[in-house]
Design a binder for this molecule. Structure first.
Ligand SMILES: [Zn+2]
Length: 380
C-alpha cells in the first residue's frame, strides 16, 4: 500500500498463490496453516495475561504498521481493520474508495504492565509520517489519515501531551496533523489482510517509513518510557569471546557459555531480536560493528542508515568475504540469511530494497554485533 497508488491491484499482482487460494475457496485453511508455521513472534502462542488493554491507531497502510507493533514485547495481538467511519461492516474496497469515512487502522492488545501506552505512541509516531494530512507516501485519502483513537481519558491525555511536546521539539519538519479522537467501532479487515507483512515479506515496507529526528524524539519521551524493560540492552556489557586463543576451531566452541542468552539465541539458533528494543538500531556514532563471537569486522558505521525497521541496517558489508549469504526458506518465507564468514554466527537477513546505490539492506540483529567506537584522532 505505501508502494502503489492502487494497493489492491498491487496485492493481486504480487500474490498469485494467495489469489489462487482464495479463488479455490481454500484461503482460510491455507491462512490458518501458514499463521502457525510462519509466525516468528513468541507472544502469538504465549497465553494472554489478564487485563489487557486496547490501543487503536491509524497510521496509513495497515499491512505495514501491523508488522511493527506485532514485534513489541507486551503486545499480545494486533488486528488490522477499519474505524472512525459512518458505515457498518465496511469492505476493503469501500474503505479504499474513501467514501465511508473509515481510516485503515490497527488495534493493539497490550499488557500495560509490560509496555506502556507512551511506548506504543512512540512507535506509532516514529513509524509513519504524522505531518501529511490524509496521506502516507503514495497512499492518499482520508483512509490513510494519521489518528490516535483513544479508549480512555488517560490515553487521550498522554496522546495530547506527547503530540504537543513532539511538535515543539522540532522532531518533524512540519506540524503534526494526527487526529486524537475517541475510539469508535472497530471492524477487523478481511482475513487476507491480517498479518500481511509476515505472509508477504518481500513487501518493501521499511523503505518509505518516515523517520523523525531521533534525539529530539527521545527527549520528549525520556520520562515516559520504562528503562528496565529490554533484556537485550540490560545484558551489556558483552563478553569478548573473540579473545579466544589463536587457532581456535570456532565450530567446537561452547557458545552457550560465552554468550548472553540473547546473543546465543540469535547467533546460534538464528533467532530474531525485537525491533526498536535492541542495542544498536538507532546508534549513529562512528565506529566498527564487529562479530560478537569472533570479533571479525562486519560493518562500518559509514554504511549504516536509518531504515525505520528497528534493527541496525547497513547498505554494504565491511569487506568482501566478511559475511556469507545463504538462502533461508524457514518460516515459510524466502529470504537471504547473513552469517559471519569466520565463525558462522547468524547475523540477520539481506533485502534488496536499500535506499542507496547498492540497493542492499542488511538487516542485522544487535545481539550479533559489538560496537567499537572510532578512536579520537591524536592531537597534532
Ligand atoms: Zn564471527
Amino acid at each position: 500500500m505505501p508502494f502503489a497508488s492502487n494497493p489492491l491491484r498491487r496485492f493481486w499482482a504480487t500474490t498469485p498463490l494467495l489469489v489462487a487460494g482464495i479463488a479455490a475457496g481454500t484461503f482460510f485453511a491455507m491462512n490458518s496453516h501458514s499463521a502457525e508455521t510462519t509466525s516468528p513472534r513468541p507472544q502469538g502462542s504465549a497465553p494472554k495475561p489478564e487485563n489487557l488493554k486496547l490501543a487503536t491507531f491509524g497510521n496509513g497502510c495497515f499491512w505495514c504498521t501491523e508488522a511493527v507493533f506485532r514485534e513489541l514485547r507486551g503486545v499480545y495481538g494486533v488486528t488490522s481493520g477499519y474505524t472512525g467511519g459512518s458505515v457498518a461492516n465496511p469492505t476493503y474496497q469501500q474503505v479504499g474508495m474513501g467514501v465511508t469515512g473509515h481510516a485503515e487502522a490497527i488495534q493493539v492488545e497490550y499488557d500495560p504492565k509490560q509496555i506502556g501506552y507512551a511506548d506504543l505512541l512512540e512507535v506509532f509516531w516514529k513509524t509513519h509520517d504524522p505531518t501529511t494530512l490524509n496521506r502516507q507516501g503514495a497512499d492518499v485519502g482520508t483512509q490513510y489519515r494519521s489518528a490516535v483513537f483513544y479508549h480512555d481519558q488517560e490515553q487521550q491525555a498522554l496522546a495530547e501531551e506527547l503530540k504537543e511536546k513532539l511538535d515543539k521539539s522540532g522532531a518533524f519538519n512540519a506540524s503534526i496533523v494526527t487526529q486524537i479522537v475517541p475510539a469508535a467501532e472497530f471492524y477487523p479487515a478481511e482475513g487476507y489482510h491480517q498479518d500481511y507483512y509476515a505472509e508477504n515479506p518481500e513487501q518493501r515496507y521499511c523503505q518509505l517509513v518516515i523517520v523523525p529526528k531521533l534525539e529530539k524524539f527521545r527527549k520528549v519521551f525520556a520520562d515516559k518510557l520504562r528503562k528496565d524493560e529490554p533484556e537485550t540492552t540490560a545484558e551489556a556489557p558483552q563478553p569478548l569471546p573473540d579473545e579466544l586463543p589463536p587457532g581456535t576451531d570456532f565450530s567446537k566452541v561452547d557458545w552457550k557459555k560465552l554468550l548472553t542468552p540473547e546473543q546465543y539465541r540469535v547467533t546460534e539458533l538464528a533467532g530474531t531480536e525485537r525491533p526498536f528494543q535492541n542495542e544498536f538500531w538507532n546508534v549513529t556514532e562512528d565506529g566498527e560493528y564487529r562479530c560478537v563471537r569472533c570479533g571479525q569486522l562486519l560493518f562500518e558505521s559509514d554504511s549504516k542508515f536509518e531504515s525505520g525497521c528497528g534493527w541496525p541496517s547497513f547498505d554494504v558489508a565491511a569487506a568482501n568475504g566478511a559475511v556469507v549469504l545463504k538462502p533461508d526458506n524457514s518460516l515459510g518465507m524466502v529470504r537471504t540469511e547473513v552469517r559471519c564468514s569466520r565463525c558462522d554466527a547468524h547475523l540477520g537477513h539481506l533485502f534488496d530494497d536499500g535506499p542507496t546505490e547498492t540497493g542492499q539492506r542488511f538487516c542485522i540483529n544487535s545481539a550479533s554485533l559489538k560496537f567499537k567506537k572510532e578512536k579520537q584522532a591524536a592531537p597534532k
